[in-house]
Ligand binder design. Structure first.
Ligand code: FPP
Length: 242
């Protein structure tokens, strides 16, 4: 009897550019912050659904180094949604075995928020059912610059030789040290830009763009995207095996 073809493996690491919160709210005549609140609800739902889909690593882009250009009201609103998420979700994340990490430059964030972030990182450090990474005040170029400065300092101090600056040495100094590169990067809302997200890490990532606005992005749509991903052939610069 012919054996059924095994399902292709799911991507181990999915990264998401959660775009379209503002338009989702504006389309309904509501303030943009309502869209961000709804967006945070979606984060919870996708985080709960991801491990059942075989996803081990999930990275979401919550606030970019460019997002400071928004109105003070919107910036403070996003920061407070974010702080509430950490406070209210801590127990659930722990009970679901989720390890939470943050990437981005924390130094510009409110010290109280920085303490909340470090606290939940420590509290969830022993979990591994899902590794959730939230990018906040994150920019790929900024991350690479900070890593380059760290390498330059080590060379200047005589602790590192220039010939030891390898891809691995660079990766070790990025915010994502210890996190595998994303296999699949999804952007919602119909925009087809990569917007400074995981610039180094996404070198061989597959991209999926959907017109769905983030507050409408459901676990079912994620599952459909994973099926499409499974049908792609990833060659990493090589040739397709016969
Ligand atoms: C993009 O939509 C969304 C953001 C810049 C903020 C994302 C923040 C959250 C989902 C809430 C907090 C995050 C977590 C992890 C709980 P946009 O405002 O750019 O939408 P637009 O393009 O329609 O204006």
């Amino acid at each position: 009897m012919p054996q059924p073809t095994p399902a292709p493996p799911p991507p181990e690491h999915v990264a998401i550019i959660m775009d379209g919160n503002g338009r989702w709210a504006t389309n309904r005549g509501w303030p943009r912050l309502v869209g961000h609140r709804k967006g945070a609800e979606r984060v919870k739902q996708i985080v709960s659904a991801a491990p059942e889909m075989g996803i081990k690593w999930l990275t979401v882009y919550a606030f970019s180094t460019e997002n400071w250009k928004r109105s003070t009201e919107e910036v403070l609103g996003i920061m407070s949604i974010f702080a509430r998420y950490i406070q209210r979700e801590a127990d659930r994340l722990a009970s679901e075995g989720v390890r939470l990490r943050f990437i981005g430059d924390r130094s510009r964030l409110d010290p109280k928020l920085q303490r909340l972030m470090s606290g939940i990182e420590e509290r969830t450090a022993g979990f591994s059912r899902l590794n959730l990474t939230v990018a906040i005040n994150y920019g790929g170029r900024d991350e690479i610059l900070r890593a380059a400065r760290a390498l330059a300092q080590e060379v200047a101090d005589g602790r590192l030789a220039p010939c030891d600056i390898t891809e691995a040495a660079m990766a070790e100094r990025l915010d994502t040290r210890g996190i595998p590169d994303p296999d699949l990067i999804i952007r919602t809302s119909g925009e087809t830009r990569t917007s400074n997200f995981l610039v180094w890490q996404a070198a061989y990532g597959e991209y999926e763009f959907t017109s769905t606005l983030w507050p409408d992005f459901s676990p079912d749509e994620l599952a459909a995207i994973l099926v499409r991903f499974g049908n792609r052939q990833r060659r990493f610069g090589g040739v397709t095996p016969k």
